[in-house]
Every structure is written in C-alpha cells, then in structure tokens.
Design a protein around this ligand. Sequence first.
Ligand SMILES: [Zn+2]
Ligand SMILES: [Zn+2]
Length: 586
Amino acid sequence: MASAKPSEPADSDKLETMRHSASHVLAEAVLSIFPGAKFGIGPATQDGFYYDFDLPRPLTTEDLPVIQAKMKEIVAADLPFTRDEVSKDEARQLFGAQPYKLELIDDIPDEKVSVYRQGNFLDLCRGPHVSTTGQIKAFKLVSIAGAYWRGDEHNPMLQRVYGVAFATEQALEEHLKKLEEAARRDHRRLGKELDLFSIHEEAGPGLVHWHPKGSVVRRVIEDFWKDEHVRRGYDLVYTPHIAKRDLWQTSGHWDFYRDYMYSPMDVEGQEYVIKPMNCLGHILIYKTSQRSYRELPLRYAELGTVYRYERSGVLHGLSRVRGFTQDDAHIFCRFDQLEEEVVGVLELTRFMMDTFGFTKHKVLLSTRPEKYAGALEVWEEATEILRKALEKSEMAYQVDPGEGVFYGPKIDTKIEDALGRDWQGPTVQVDFNLPQRFDVNYIGEDGKEHMVAMVHRTVLGSMERFLASLLEHYGGAFPVWLAPVQAMIIPVADRHLDYANKLAAGFKADGIRAEVDARSERVNLKIRQAQLNKIPYMLVVGDKEVAESTVSVRLRTGEQLAAQSPDSFKQSLKQIIASRTKELKL
Ligand SMILES: [Zn+2]
Ligand SMILES: [Zn+2]
C-alpha cells in the first residue's frame, strides 16, 4: 500500500481508513495499560471502529476515558504508520505471544503478509492506514461489549471496545446527539416506562409478554389491519400452531430451514413441530376443494403466530425475538392475474405505511440468486411482472441483483424512522416452489390443471417488530388513535371526583379510552405523570369546570386549549381518532 499514488480516494474511503487507523491507536493504548493484552481484530464500522481484546480483567465504562486519554497522547505524538512485508514464518515469530493473530496468519493463503507499526504497536494488517496518527481526527470511545472470537460461541469471549470517529468535531457532536436520542427512544426502555411489554428470563429469552397497555395498541392495529384486509377482498383464516413434521418435509422446510425450527415433539408416536411459517396451513385450506379459474384470486390473511430459533446472543427487545405474530397473507392466483395482485399489495402497503406515519420508504426488487427453484423463463417472467407492478404503482425502486429467495423474486420495503434509520417493512414474494411441492392448482378455462401463482406477503412484518419501530419512530408518543390511554381526567380535589367519573363514563361510552387519576396527589404531579406516560390529553377539572360544566384541556406538548364543553371536546377527539392523524388538534 506504500508508494504508488493513484487517484485520490473518495471521502468515504478516507473516513474509513481514518476510522480503521483509530482502531490501531486504540490497541496501542490498551497495550500500554495492559502489557499482556492479546489482540483479536480491529475493523472500521459504519460510524467508527472497534477492537477485540483478551484482557486479564473485565473492562468497565470507567476504563474508557483512561484509554481514550492514552489514545489522544498517541495522536498528539503524530507517529508514522510504517508498513513491512514479511514471510509467514517471520510473522509467526513476531506474533508468537498472540494466539489470535497466529490463527489469522494460518488462514492467509499468500506467502507473505503485511504488518504495520505505529509507536510500540505492531499489527498484522492489510491496510490501508493514514500516514501518521496525527491525522486521526474527532473520535470518542462509546461502549464495551462481549464478542466471541470470530463470532463463534465455541470460541473464547473477547472484550470489544467501540469508538466513533468523524472528520470534524462538529460531525462527531452531531453523531453523539443522535446516539443519545436513539437511546432515549430505545423501545426496550420505552416498553418498560410505558408499561407495554416484558420479556422474562424464567419464561425464556425472546418470548414477549404483552401487558394491558401494549395489548391495547396491538388490538387497535389488528382491528384496523383486519378491517382493511376484508375491505380489499382478503378472507381471514386461522391455522394451528403445530403440525406433523411430515408436512414440513414435503414443503422442504425440514431440509432447508431446520436450523430455525424447534425440535419435534412426540404426540402418540408421531412427530409434530411448531410452525415457523403460516404458508402451509393456507395451502391446506386452498386444497380442500378443486379450484376453478373463476374462483381466483383467493387471498387468505392471518395474524399468525410463529416460532423461529434465533441464537440468544442476537435477540434484541421486540425486534429480534423467538416467537412473533406475522401479519401474513397468501394470494393464490393465475399467472395473468399476478401483476394486478402485486399492484394491489403495493397499494395496500403504501396506504398502511402512510397511515402509520412512515412517509419515507426505500423499495428493493430482489432478483434471481445463483441457486434457485423453478424454470429460468418463469423466473424472468415473474421478475418482469414485479417490475411492471412497481412501475404501475409509480414506486421508485432499486434492483438488488441476486438477492431474491431461492423460490422466487421479491419486493422488500425498508421504512425510514424519524431518526433516519431503516426498518424492515413490507415484503412481497412470488413462490414457485410450494405450489409445485404441494401440487397447488386450479382448473383453467381449457378444462386442464394449471399450477397457481402463489404470493407470500406481510405488510407490517410482525406485531412485535412493528411495535418496536412505532415506539422508536414516535419516541413513545403514539398518535391519538393508537395511544393506550387517550385522555387522562385529573380532578383537582376529591370533591371533583364525581364529575370526573361522569366525564370518563361519557367518553368510554363513545369508545374513547379515558381514565381518571383518582389518587389524592397534587395536580401538578398527576399532570407530570400523564405527560411522562405520553398521554395525548389531560383534562383538569376543578371548581370552575364543575360549576360551568366544562373541561380544561392540556396537550402532552404542554399547550393549553380554551375551556370547552365536554361534548365539543368529545366530538373533535372522535374526529381526530377516526382520521388516524398524528396531530393533536384539528
Ligand atoms: Zn490496519
Ligand atoms: Zn408464506
């Protein structure tokens, strides 16, 4: 990497080189504090760098400023990065006390390897690096995590130190603010604060328990989802949670998907497995009668709960779990109906995303991978149909070549949240595999059997992950129609309690989720509590309100509305709920 200077590297490459170089400096700093440290690897990341260490004691967050101060010294010394090329045998001598480096050396196919030195630290590395440590600009160490050597849980657990690094102090500051905001909006934290859900070690990791308030949000989403599907010509179905293993053998899941499935259970000498997908149940329903081309399309929709094995190390709140409810549907149609069906799905997904307030999305068309099922020309035709459907829907999209699943092309939508982060959104997949394996057909106009075109699709993904994305998108302040409690009525003193209860009963009778905070606490404290719970409206009622039969409305934003009659407030609230707006005022 030394002498030749081709064209100037792009800024993003420069940033990556600087970030990776910072990881060497981090390693040197750690070496100066722990002379016996063993080193793993230290790559650049999306916004910084990390290095993995094997140290005599666990690091704590108190260590980070100490290591960082040492790094600043190394940067201030402006030490050059120098490169050497050595034989693998020489390298083995140089890294004799570094077992992880020795393992890496053994894996390098070339005769010679490159090593880089800055100051007291020598590393096995391909480069490139900045020319001196002084070129490492704004950086900060942010966290420590455990990481198995080479990501394998059979290997030793190393300590990974993460840092962020940017070209300017300003860019670093902005990034740190964003991290802080992301932590404030973390759905795991909000889920606890707002009493929405919990996960219990005694029940098992990755298994979500929905509390009453979380269940309200879920019920509202589910009811809306069901109504909208029925309106668009879907039939709602329910299928069992377990099925004979043989069924999954026929589908191919037992061979290709077993790593994600739980072990079979014995029922009267027959093996049953818990379903990782809902598709097969829908196929069985389809096949209960000989279908004619006139019946198609058939669209079966189910909020189907599935269980998939995920390593405990990757589980994360609601977004990576072991049991979840998909908002699933399968469309069985003729090939000549496929385009229109996909257009319909795309319309539905756009409508749903807009309604939930995700106005920015990125659409990807994933085409045929190297290994695939079905005939080449059918693949091409189906991919073309998806492309046409996207164009008809006027959706901007990018092609993701070779990223389709083995059984068919697909359209993936990534939704962008308020912090600009991507979440997995709706997916539409054409399937050539299952219809063949289960002989899913219909009688055509010609009186002959034809294979159906089958589409798998989800709009929200799963109830669990979707709640996570909603929580982080809105920072817990749900739009009124989704809020677990829409109005909190706050009596000033006990003598106002009757009036408050009467108001609440009136709201509830009209389907508004209103509660009374009847505790004998100070009004300010009750308001603060309601605000922390991000309840959209607080109705404070005291002597004046009781005497005049009015309510004083305070929004969770702190804004105060003019006193009004309970009825007029109720009418505007009903309108806000029905319109599913995220605004608090009409
Ligand atoms: Zn390096
Ligand atoms: Zn499916």
